[in-house]
Design a protein around this ligand. Structure first.
Ligand SMILES: Cc1cc2nc3c(=O)[nH]c(=O)nc-3n(C[C@H](O)[C@H](O)[C@H](O)COP(=O)(O)OP(=O)(O)OC[C@H]3O[C@@H](n4cnc5c(N)ncnc54)[C@H](O)[C@@H]3O)c2cc1C
Length: 387
C-alpha cells in the first residue's frame, strides 16, 4: 500500500474529510483530521441531506456504517412538495404510497448534518480529529508539508488532502482556478420550534420539504430533526448585495421589508418566516467552479469535495464529497499504483470527469430555476423520476 508508513493530513472535518479518514483508517493508514471548529459540539449548519445509492450511501456502506445510518436517518423527510408563490401545491410526494427503501436505486434517505457528522466521528480511532485547527498556511517541507494553524501550532504530513470546503485554503496550493459567482444569492435562515413559531408553514411542510417557485424566485423549506425549519430564499442579486442593500440581517423587520419588496406578488403566508425573533438569517452568494476543471497532479497533495469542485446546491454536494473519499481511498490502497502521484492522478481524473457532467447539469438548473417556467420544469423532472 503506497500510503503505508506515511502521515496523511486531511484538512477539514466535513462529510468528505471524515469519510476519507474513516475509509483510510479501515485500510490501516495513519490519518489525522485538522478541523477549525473548536470541538465536536459546534452546531453544524444546513438543511437535511439526502444520500444517494451510487455515491453517499455507497461510501457509508464501504465505511461499515450502514447500521448506524439506518438507526439515525429520518424516514419521510424526503417527501417533497412543489408549490407556486401562493403556496398552492402542484406536486406532492405525500400522495405517493412509498418513496422506496434501502437497496432501491432511487431511494434517497435523509439525515441531518449533525448526526451524519457524529456517525463518522464515532467511527474514527481516538484522537484522530485535532479540533481548533484553522489552517492558515501550507509550506513544503522536505518530501512533505508543514501545516500552520491560526492558533500557532504546526503539524507535519507526508500527504495533504484539502477537504476544507468552498473557501478552501489548500486549493490555491493545488490550482489557481477559483469559484465564480453564479449571479444567484441565497438568504439562509433557521426557525427554531417551527410548530410554535411558524405553524402555517410547518403544517405545509408536513415533515418533509417544500420548494416554492414563482416570478423567477425560489423559496425552500426543510424540516430538521430538532423541530426547526431551514429556509433558503433564492433570487438573482448583485455579488455585493449584502453591503449595497444596507440591510441589517440581524433585524428581522428589515429582512421582512426586503422580502415584501423583492418577492412582491408572493402570498402573505410566507411572511410568517420573519415574525419569529429567534429566527436567524444570513446570506450566501452561490459560487461554482468553472466548466472544464482540470489541474496538473502533484505527488503528495490533492483536494476533495467542495474544496475541489464546489457548485451551487444541486442535491449532490455531500454525495460527491463522500464518493471522492471512496475513490481516493481506493486509489491510495488498492495496490494497483506504485507511485503516489499515479494514484492521485487516477483519482483526480475520475473526479474531473464526474464534475464535467455535474457542472453542466447544475448550470442548466441555475438557468431554469430562475426562469418564468421554473415550476413546470421542476414538476416535469420530478414526475419523471422512478419510484
Ligand atoms: C445552502 C446550501 C444547501 C445545500 N444543500 C445540499 C443538499 O441538500 N444535499 C447535498 O448533498 N449537498 C448540499 N449542499 C452542498 C454541501 O453542503 C457541500 O457540497 C458539502 O458539505 C461538501 O462537503 P465537504 O466535506 O467537501 O465540505 P464542507 O461540508 O464544507 O466541510 C468543510 C470542513 O472544513 C472545515 N474548514 C473550513 N476551512 C477550514 C480551515 N481553514 N482549516 C480547517 N478546517 C476548515 C469546516 O469547518 C468544515 O467542517 C448545500 C450547500 C449549500 C450552501
Amino acid at each position: 500500500m503506497i500510503v503505508r508508513d506515511k502521515k496523511v493530513a486531511v484538512v477539514g472535518g466535513g462529510p468528505g474529510g471524515l469519510t476519507l479518514a474513516r475509509l483510510l483508517q479501515l485500510k490501516g493508514a495513519a490519518v489525522k483530521v485538522y478541523e477549525r471548529d473548536t470541538n465536536r459540539n459546534v452546531r453544524v449548519q444546513g438543511a437535511t441531506l439526502d444520500l444517494h445509492y451510487e455515491s453517499g450511501l455507497k461510501a457509508i456502506e464501504a465505511a461499515g456504517l450502514m447500521d448506524a445510518f439506518k438507526a439515525t436517518y429520518r424516514p419521510g423527510n424526503d417527501r417533497y412538495r412543489v408549490t407556486d408563490e401562493h403556496a398552492v401545491i402542484h406536486y406532492d410526494e405525500h400522495e405517493k404510497e412509498s418513496t422506496g427503501d434501502f437497496g432501491d436505486e432511487w431511494f434517497r434517505p435523509e439525515i441531518d448534518r449533525s448526526p451524519l457528522r457524529d456517525i463518522l466521528l464515532d467511527s474514527l480511532q481516538p484522537d484522530s480529529v485535532v479540533w481548533n485547527s484553522h489552517i492558515v498556511l501550507l509550506e513544503r517541507s522536505g518530501n512533505g508539508w508543514n501545516i500552520i494553524f491560526r492558533n500557532g501550532s504546526t503539524a507535519y504530513a507526508d500527504i495533504v488532502v484539502g477537504a476544507d470546503g468552498a473557501n478552501s485554503k489548500i486549493r490555491p496550493v493545488v490550482t489557481p482556478i477559483a469559484p465564480v459567482y453564479t449571479g444567484v444569492t441565497l438568504l439562509v435562515g433557521n426557525i427554531p420550534d417551527a410548530e410554535k413559531n411558524v405553524p402555517i408553514l410547518n403544517a405545509l411542510v408536513k415533515g418533509g420539504k417544500i420548494t416554492a417557485l414563482g416570478k423567477c424566485r425560489s423559496l425552500f423549506l426543510s424540516e430538521k430533526g430538532d423541530g426547526s425549519l431551514d429556509v433558503y430564499i433564492g433570487w438573482k442579486a448583485a455579488l455585493d448585495w449584502a453591503s449595497s442593500s444596507g440591510i441589517d440581517l440581524t433585524d428581522n423587520m428589515q429582512v421582512l421589508a426586503w422580502f415584501k419588496e423583492e418577492f412582491a406578488g408572493w402570498d402573505e403566508l410566507w411572511l410568517e418566516l420573519f415574525d419569529c425573533p429567534e429566527a436567524e438569517f444570513t446570506y450566501r452568494p452561490l459560487h461554482g467552479m468553472p466548466l472544464g476543471l482540470h489541474w496538473e497532479t502533484q505527488p503528495n497533495i490533492t483536494l476533495l469535495g467542495d474544496a475541489a469542485h464546489v457548485l451551487p446546491p444541486n442535491g449532490e454536494g455531500v454525495n460527491t464529497a463522500m464518493l471522492d473519499a471512496l475513490n481516493l481511498t481506493e486509489c491510495l490502497t488498492n495496490g494497483k499504483f506504485t507511485e503516489l502521484k499515479q494514484a492521485i492522478a487516477h483519482y483526480e481524473n475520475q473526479m474531473f470527469e464526474r464534475f464535467t457532467e455535474e457542472a453542466e447539469t447544475t448550470a442548466a438548473m441555475m438557468e431554469w430555476m430562475y426562469a418564468l417556467n421554473a415550476r413546470q420544469v421542476m414538476i416535469d423532472m420530478m414526475s419523471e423520476m422512478p419510484g
